[in-house]
Each structure stands twice: as structure tokens, then as C-alpha cells.
Write a protein that binds this ligand. Structure first.
Ligand code: ZN
Length: 370
């Protein structure tokens, strides 16, 4: 999430983001139903092998994950919605291999999954101006999915059903830290199906004014991110790292969203950002940070943008073996570069992740699937 117009305040101005529209052709047509959407994935379910059961950390690192994973148990969370200001309840449930991450709006008075369910995938994104919003064919929307998607992706959780009784994921403390804590406690459970990944074969670039975003080949998932804000508190910050579960939990998950006081006041006067406060964002006024305890990292701003990118790229539907290089990007650019990738089938291949041996810390060998 980018509270208010944090991204738009970057040096190049806001016009292009406001004019953002999703016109690129998706790699495959938007499915008519969740059932059809699921059939796009390999849904073969192999019985869970108890010999695969390990402690969460060990199991996750060993597999990281060469087999699909779901949650080790049910997770219940609640918190305020940033825009509505109302309490939202969320229940995360394990789901079968091939299910993907699906959000279900339990506040809607219907039992039709085509209305209540929204698959978390790049071509379901209907707006990316301030947060990432997904919508289904029935017009049901869910806002601000990026911080929980980032944590799910970092923990290699491929399959889950997330019930939520409102139009937005609770903002929690503005970061992914409470999701990380929940997943660390619950753990991940390996499933039978071999895990597939998206390997980038050649660079794909999208540009809008001074914004640039590129997906390029790399042996593992990596992000290189640069921001440049016309604010003395933020300025230019650069962050580059290979991202895995431990790195995310230690270095990214706690980084909070941020915004400017004048934007927050304007939005509140318009009835927006009702839940926005110093409890769930770093708030900047001119040249100072208003939060009493200051920053969690010296470069918390760019770290949060990397966190957002992890969540937005999780909408590829498969883990990515490749590097995202972004200058002045945000949710819109993250989505556009994924759409550009899927629009060019020669730019990627689907591979099956394999373990080389019991001690391998991450899948270093990927072979094409079929
Ligand atoms: Zn964010």
C-alpha cells in the first residue's frame, strides 16, 4: 500500500499514475469462474507424505519449496481497514494443491463463489493507484491485498482460502509484520504436487515518464529498487537483495507504508483513509517524521516499496526466478511489468522446482516443466 499519494510525490509527478489503465492483453483470458481459474493450474493432488513433515523453518528451507505448500493451520486476524476505518475480520484456511490464493468476501449476502471469490492473480487487478485492488467478473472488489500477499509469497504459501468480511484487507500496523508472525506460528505444510516457477528468459521493460520497471533473468528471486522523492525526509534510496523467507522476515516485513500529512488530511476531508493514523503508517510533515518512535530502518521507505513489490509480483501466480529492477515504481508499474511479461510468451518459461539433495537450502536447479 502507498498511503495517499506517496508514489505520486516522486519527482516525475502524478499524472501518469492517475491516468493508469490496464489495457495490455493478459497471457490467458480472465477466467469466467474460480473453478475455471483453478483448472488453469496443475491441480493433481498427491497425498501428503508424513516423512515430509519437519519443523517449519527446517521444512520451509529444505523445500523452499519444491512442493506446493499451504498453511499449517487456520489463522484468524482482525484489524482496521485503512479506507473504511472499520474493523475487518479475516480467516485464512489451508487449501488443496492447485487452489492458489483466493480471497472470499464473506460480508456479501450470497453463496455463489463466482460473486464472493476473487483469485489473487495479476489479471484480476483493477486498480493500482494507491493500493492493489483485485476484482472478479461479477464486480466484487477487494483492496490492499499487497502486504498479506507479500508475506504469503515470502513463506512460499501457494494455496490458501482467505475469508474476509469487508472490502479491504486490514492495514494492521502498515507493514507485513503481523502476517509474518502468524505464518511463523502456524507454519507451512508441504503438499504432494511438485512446485512450478516462472523463470524469466529475457528482459521485459515498461516505462512511463521517468518510471522504469524491468523483469530480467536471475537464478533466484531478486529485487533492485530505487526511489527518488521530492522530500528531504525520503530523498533517493536504493535497495537490492535476493529475497527469501528469512530475509523477508528479518529485513522487509516490518517496513511500514508511508504518506504525507497534507495528503492524509485531504483524504480524510473527502471521507477517505478513515482508518489512517500514526498506528499504521509513517507520516511525514514537511521535513519531519511525526511518529514518536521514528523509523524502524534508516531506509524504511524503500524497504516498504520492496515489500509492496514482493506482494504485487506474487500475483504472477507462481514464484519468480528472476530479478525486478525498478526506478520510481509502485503498484501500477509492478502490475504493468507482469502484464508485459505474460503478453510475450518467449520472455518466460514454466519450470518445475527440484531439490538437488537433502541439504539444499533453496532450489538451485530448475528444469522446464513439459
Ligand atoms: Zn504498501
Amino acid at each position: 500500500m502507498e498511503l495517499v499519494s506517496a508514489e505520486a510525490t516522486q519527482a516525475q509527478g502524478s499524472a501518469s499514475d492517475r491516468a493508469f489503465s490496464f489495457v495490455s492483453a493478459p497471457a490467458f483470458p480472465a477466467p469466467a469462474s474460480i473453478r475455471e481459474a483453478h483448472s488453469l493450474f496443475d491441480a493433481d493432488i498427491i497425498p501428503f507424505d508424513p516423512r515430509d513433515a519437519k519443523s517449519h523453518r527446517e521444512g520451509a528451507a529444505l523445500a523452499n519449496a519444491c512442493r506446493e505448500q499451504t498453511l499449517g493451520g487456520v489463522v484468524a486476524l482482525e484489524g482496521v481497514g485503512l479506507h473504511t476505518g472499520e474493523i475487518v475480520h479475516m480467516t485464512l484456511r489451508p487449501a488443496a494443491a492447485g487452489h492458489g490464493i483466493v480471497f472470499r468476501r464473506t460480508d456479501l449476502d450470497t453463496s455463489a463463489p463466482d460473486v464472493t471469490d476473487i483469485l489473487a492473480r495479476y489479471d484480476m487487478v483493477s486498480d493500482a493507484t494507491m493500493c492493489t485492488r483485485i476484482s472478479n467478473a461479477a464486480g466484487t472488489e477487494l483492496n490492499t491485498i499487497e502486504h498479506i500477499m507479500a508475506a504469503l509469497s515470502a513463506f512460499s504459501i501457494d494455496n490458501a482460502l482467505i475469508e474476509i468480511d469487508g472490502p479491504e484487507v486490514p492495514v494492521m500496523d502498515g507493514s507485513s509484520s503481523e502476517f509474518v508472525a502468524a505464518f511463523t506460528k502456524t507454519g507451512a505444510r508441504q503438499q504432494g504436487a511438485e512446485r512450478k516457477a516462472l523463470r524469466i528468459l529475457k528482459s521485459v521493460v515498461v516505462e512511463e515518464g521517468l518510471k522504469r520497471s524491468e523483469l530480467c533473468p536471475a537464478d533466484q528471486f531478486r529485487i533492485e529498487f530505487e526511489i527518488d522523492f521530492d522530500s528531504p525526509v525520503i530523498g533517493r534510496q536504493v535497495f537490492a537483495a535476493d529475497i527469501d523467507e528469512a530475509f523477508f522476515a528479518d529485513e522487509l516485513g516490518d517496513a511500514r507504508t508511508f504518506g504525507f500529512l497534507k495528503d492524509l488530511e485531504l483524504m480524510k476531508s473527502l471521507g477517505l483513509a478513515r482508518g489512517g493514523s500514526l498506528d499504521n503508517a509513517v507520516v511525514i510533515s514537511d521535513d519531519e517524521i511525526l511518529n514518536e518512535d521514528g523509523l524502524r530502518f534508516d531506509d524504511e521507505f524503500v524497504r516498504h516499496k520492496v515489500l509492496d513489490a514482493v506482494g504485487d509480483l506474487a500475483l504472477a501466480g507462481l514464484p519468480i526466478l528472476g530479478c525486478l529492477k525498478t526506478v520510481r515504481g509502485g503498484h501500477a508499474m509492478n502490475n504493468l511489468v507482469l502484464r508485459a511479461l505474460f503478453a510475450d510468451p518467449s520472455s518466460y518459461e514454466i519450470v518445475t522446482l527440484r531439490e538437488e539433495g537433502a541439504s539444499v537450502a533453496r532450489p538451485s536447479l530448475a528444469i522446464p516443466a513439459e
